[in-house]
Unconditional design. Structure first.
Lengths: 115, 115
């Protein structure tokens, strides 16, 4: 069966420090991968999605970046964190919608607090 | 661009009663998916129910059912026989059937269940 893991689960970082959140998927190949952010009291905002290795689409211009060095690995990074980067980050995967399922499967999430 | 609107930030229901959560969306596409996700205090996103736009029949999953009105672009979730474990934030989401697209979420409805 397919599983998705992301880490770390909790992170407290000072302003201006770098960030690296990692997500891996097991049990499937060539998944679509996504990073979402959920700020306090708000919905889920799509940050990045990837349909293949090295293919990243950015939805929101900001100081975050994403990379997909391997088929089932998706990394969210920042060189210098801002206070506004605090939030709950969720990685997700899906098969192509043409498979007629459409849903996303989410990881456990990473809570980032920037001080 | 597609949008998803949940007009009820908070709802409450008593155990064993029925509650309906509202969702409207805007799209010019004819083929898409609609979802309801549940996010309990653990923050794990859990798929509750899925509806394919080409299907006229409303989806049902045990105590959960939807009222899908394609012409009105409305997709409400009905929870019957509410249980304490149903307390969570509920998100309505839209996804195009086109390849390489992501879920677009509403801002969520917090459901509380009282005994």
């Amino acid at each position: 069966s397919q599983t998705i893991h992301q880490w770390p689960a909790t992170l407290v970082q000072p302003v201006g420090s770098p960030l690296s959140l990692e997500c891996t998927v097991e049990g499937t190949s060539n998944p679509n991968l996504y990073w979402y952010r959920q700020a306090a009291g708000r919905g889920l905002q799509l940050l990045f999605y990837s349909v293949g290795i090295g293919q990243i689409s950015s939805e929101v211009p900001q100081n975050l970046s994403a990379s997909r060095p391997q088929d089932r690995q998706f990394i969210l990074s920042s060189k210098k964190l801002l206070l506004s980067d605090s939030g709950f980050y969720l990685c997700a995967w899906s098969v192509d919608p043409s498979e007629k399922t459409g849903e996303l499967f989410f990881g456990e999430g990473s809570r980032l607090t920037v001080l | 661009a597609q949008t998803v609107t949940q007009s009820q930030p908070e709802m409450s229901v008593q155990e064993a009663e029925t509650v309906t959560l509202s969702c409207t969306y805007d799209t010019s596409e004819s083929d898409y998916y609609l979802f309801w996700y549940k996010q309990p205090p653990s923050r794990q996103m859990i798929l509750v129910i899925r509806q394919e736009a080409y299907k006229q029949q409303n989806a049902t999953e045990n105590r959960f059912s939807v009222n899908f009105q394609k012409a009105a672009k409305s997709f409400s979730l009905k929870i019957s026989d509410s249980q304490l474990g149903d307390a969570a934030m509920y998100f309505c989401a839209y996804r195009s059937a086109l390849a390489g697209t992501a879920l677009i979420f509403g801002k969520g409805t917090t459901l509380s269940v009282s005994s």
